[in-house]
Design a protein around this ligand. Sequence first.
Ligand code: F3S
Length: 283
Amino acid sequence: MEVIVAKTAGFCFGVKRAVDKVYEQVEKGTEPICTYGPIIHNEEVVKDLERKGVSVINSVSELKALKEGTVVIRSHGVAKEIYDIIESKGLHLVDATCPFVLKIHNIVKKESASGSEIIIIGNDQHPEVEGIKGWCSGPVTVIESAAEAENFVQESGKRLCIVSQTTFNYNKFNKLVEILSKKGYDIIVLNTICNATEERQTEARAIAKRVDGMIVIGGRHSSNTQKLFEICKNECENTYYIQTLVDLDVHSLPSMGCVGITAGASTPNNIIEEVQKNVRNEF
Ligand code: F3S
């Protein structure tokens, strides 16, 4: 039997890099180590790190209370204020901010400094957006919906610099930019969307089209995994949604010539490997 594992299955480049950096610190034995927010939305990984002595801090006050050790900044990035606190306290910084997010920090920092008003297309509650806001030195507005775009009134008289949260939907971004563009302001638009999610979906669709069975691995509540499942199910009737190997009854897989495997963004590689090995060994 042929088994095709999607190259884009599981962690995106930025999340993988961040998780690897924490394990590197563990190996170096640079205790105490903490991450500013959970390094990834995957309980297994966070618990494993906890067992290895890595704690999670969730607020500025917890950060200020630290006396020593290493602080890892996760892929979402943080506001400038957090770097300043880490530096002023003499803590060891490991910056795992995704380079695509760092690029946005640099854009808004530069544009704010040269007098532009910043518009971030994204979710105001999301930590990534929180972080981006924290690099703006002038006016900044977060817009997520068409209604917010319609209601936006520029008061500063400055040029508008529009950027996007990395995981924002591309079509929705274009729609919101179109609404803002009609207002006649001086606008520059920088599409800072990262296409990791879209690439994962495109590859999953292509594989599901050509296999007899498709396995999608990811958390039950992971919305990006649910979406992957839907996409694959549309192309391949024999699509299975599993969280780990335990959920997969390999014997129930009808004898298939070719099986595809993909996984959601927070599925660790070892789970993907384990499933892959078992499917290969069974047939
Ligand atoms: Fe991942 Fe970085 Fe894109 S964290 S989703 S590769 S912006």
